[in-house]
Design a protein around this ligand. Structure first.
Ligand code: ADP
Ligand code: MG
Length: 687
């Protein structure tokens, strides 16, 4: 919430050049590093904190480490060169000795170090034949640093060049904090008191100059809460707006729904029936529904969604079904058309950028009931007569803004199908405005997948296995992390080699091929004409070929866990057991190997999703989030469950008691929302 504070405070909006110690040279360097105003400086939290406990024995420090050590000065040399000189210290701790160098150091600096003095040093270490060295480390005499946590800010070479070091920076920031005492807190006091969170000014000071670990932790908790509160407020406001949307029309199942249900070659599982009932109930109640259907790969989400689509058509509404690739679009279109056509429903397939003029006309006149396509369907050029339901399959592929605008504009219900199962906490954190429907269990006929981890030496055996499987009419996917290259991690390379071994049986499929070519290749694979497909993660999601029983993943360590799980989900979907073989060049026992090993031993999609989210960098997690890029510098929603829960509760209370955020005590929050989310048009439309 720095932004809100600074927009209220004239001092903070000033250029850094008004600060003592910052002349035009430093100001320019600061500006190049992204610090234009005083607010920019205080908004940047320390990267880490040094204190005695972070010190490690010299003997454990490796070449290139960014390390902290607690040492004693053994010897000092100062070799004068004009006004300055080179200062060399020999230091040691219980484990080893090290050399500390300061080139071009002024004489007074040399005077600071006396033999026997204890100091804390931190910086980049060099270790080679000459031993362990630190050049220009930061340091603090041990007596000064007894209890203190010393902030370390992210730095750039340019800032180092203009001698804007850590000490000067800390000093300047403390000066700023002294001047900005008593700024109003953007979060109402009742909330802070309820959760035992520090006031903004105190938290800000504790962030930059913490008295101890405890106050640092509570400062971080406070800022994390601010972020989570804003995020949950956006969700709450958006949900409320959807609930009050009178444009959205209720959906009731009728003949098409019943027709599809009875035409299915199988009975729905209990889990599917339950999820479907939940979805239909929501679609039939007042307001615009925003639903998220989460279930493991192969749990049968698609059928549930298609049934919901038929119910919407029964209610006189159009449905847009958005899928990640044309391949999948075609697959769905074929499936639905077979059943729906005889029942009088019109299915359209939007290919290319924006569809033929003919198709667009039929959509606009309402002749098409269900339109299936990729995200091209979200384009404002595509117009509908009465769009009532937007289904987005494997939604994480789509941009946030795009995903929201269509349903909001048309007053249509939204049903998102998650590509990966989503743990409850993550769902709350990332999709807090959606009603979560969890699809549990699998269709009974599903034989499942066994996963095997193999190294390069197993390739001949693996290829023999391919030969065996295709003899019995089964299909084999081989998934590669890249298209071009001269080893087996590349689809083209592998394809050429496979062709020699299995002539006429192998096909190549990847994203950059022409659409018609892709369709032809995929059709040949589906029918079994070429039962071996060398491909990329293009087939990761949605692809459903019941005869596919083997998926081999080359350089498996290159894929994310959720991705591996998706790819694995392409086989073992029907009554024949699936085999997933992970190939890796990584050594047994290495971290990559163990990660894959763990993956190969679990089939629980929810567990894998959790691991996957933990593995990802925060930025990636956020790109999954519904609100675009909320600034989560402090909050780690997947781990801060309790804080997240509280943020959600308070967001609910605020919106309930002050739906337009008109009250004075909520003005800080309102500004925060505007500042952070204004470009996602959520605030304007919600308030
Ligand atoms: P996902 O949840 O991964 O999207 P799908 O909807 O693609 O799963 O379903 C996986 C496979 O299981 C498909 O081939 C589908 O036709 C089949 N299927 C779905 N529901 C059932 C069921 N109740 N009984 C038998 N097979 C089913
Ligand atoms: Mg699916």
């Amino acid at each position: 919430m720095w932004e809100i504070i600074s927009s209220q405070n004239r001092y903070l909006t000033q250029k850094t050049s008004i600060l003592p110690g910052i002349g035009s040279v430093r100001a320019d360097a600061l500006s190049a590093a992204g610090f234009d105003t005083i607010a920019d400086l205080i908004a940047c939290p320390p990267r880490k904190y040094i204190h005695r406990k972070t010190a490690i024995p010299l003997s454990e420090i490796e070449d290139g480490d960014d390390a902290t050590a607690l040492v004693r000065v053994v010897e000092k040399d100062y070799i004068r060169k004009g006004k300055r000189g080179n200062l060399r210290l020999l230091v040691k701790d219980e484990s080893e000795e090290a050399v500390v160098l300061f080139f071009n150091a002024p004489r007074w600096m040399s005077g600071k170090f006396s033999r026997g003095a204890e100091l804390l040093i931190w910086g980049k270490a060099k270790r080679d034949g000459l031993g362990l060295r630190f050049a220009h480390p930061d340091f603090e005499f041990s007596s000064e640093s007894e209890k203190k946590l010393i902030p370390v800010y992210p730095n750039s070479k340019r800032l180092v060049d203009v001698r804007f070091g850590q000490k000067l920076r800390s000093k300047i920031i403390l000066g700023i904090l002294d001047k900005m005492a008593n700024i109003p807190d953007p979060v109402p006091e009742v909330i802070l008191d309820d959760l035992g969170l520090p006031r903004f000014s105190k938290a800000l000071r504790d962030l930059h100059a913490p008295a101890d670990l405890k106050s640092l932790e509570s400062a971080k908790r406070r800022f994390a809460f601010d972020e989570l509160l804003l995020l949950q407020l956006v969700f709450t406001l958006r949900k409320k707006r959807a609930c009050e949307d009178t444009q959205a029309r209720p959906v009731k199942p009728g003949t098409l729904f019943a027709g599809l249900k009875s035409a299915l070659p199988f009975k729905l599982t209990d889990g599917q029936n339950r999820a479907l009932a939940g979805i239909l109930e929501s679609l039939n109640s007042p307001g615009r529904s925003m639903l998220l259907l989460s279930g493991d790969v192969g749990s049968g989400k698609t059928v549930v969604a298609l049934l919901a689509a038929c119910a919407a058509v029964d209610s006189g509404l159009q449905v847009a079904l958005i899928v990640p690739s044309l391949l999948v679009a075609r697959q769905h279109a074929d499936f639905v058309a077979d059943i729906a056509k005889p029942l009088g429903a019109e299915i359209g397939l939007l290919t290319g950028e924006s569809g033929s003029p003919e198709l667009i006309k039929r959509l606009l006149s309402g002749k098409i009931d269900i339109i299936i396509g990729t995200q091209a369907l979200l384009s404002p050029k595509v117009k509908f007569k009465n769009l009532g339901l937007v289904i987005i399959d494997e939604q994480h592929r789509f941009g946030v803004k795009q995903r929201l605008t269509l349903p909001e504009r048309e007053g249509a219900h939204t049903l998102l199908l998650s590509a990966t199962p989503i743990p409850r906490t993550a769902a709350l954190a990332l999709y807090g405005d959606l009603d979560l429907q969890v699809l549990r269990g699998f269709p009974g006929i599903r034989a499942g997948v066994k996963t095997y981890l193999r190294d390069e030496s197993s390739r001949p055996a693996v290829w023999d296995f391919i030969g065996e499987r295709i003899k019995t009419g089964e299909r084999v996917f081989i998934v590669h992390p890249r298209v071009e290259g001269d080893d087996f991690s590349a689809a083209t390379f592998c394809f050429e080699n496979l062709q020699k071994r299995f002539p006429g049986k192998t096909a190549l499929l990847h994203g950059t091929m022409a659409e018609t070519e892709k369709n032809r290749v995929f059709a040949d694979f589906r029918t079994g004409k070429s039962p071996i497909l060398a491909t990329t993660s293009l087939i990761e999601i949605g692809v459903d070929v019941p005869e596919a029983t083997v998926v081999i993943i080359e350089s498996a360590e290159k894929f994310g866990l959720a991705q591996l799980h998706q790819i694995r989900g392409r086989v073992g979907r029907a009554d024949r057991p699936g085999y997933c073989i992970l190939l890796t060049g990584k050594e047994k026992g290495s971290r990559s190997w163990n990660r894959l090993k763990t993956f190969s031993e679990t089939n629980d999609g929810f567990e894998i999703a959790k691991q996957d989210l933990i593995e990802r960098r925060e930025g990636e997690i956020l790109s999954l989030s519904q609100v675009g890029k909320p600034d989560l510098d402090f909050a780690d929603p997947l781990r801060m469950t309790e804080l997240l829960e509280n943020a959600r509760i308070w967001a609910g209370k605020i919106v309930l008691s002050d739906p337009e955020l008109n009250l004075k005590e909520n003005s800080g929050i309102l500004r925060g929302l505007y500042y952070i989310y204004s470009n996602t048009q959520i605030v304007e439309s919600a308030i």
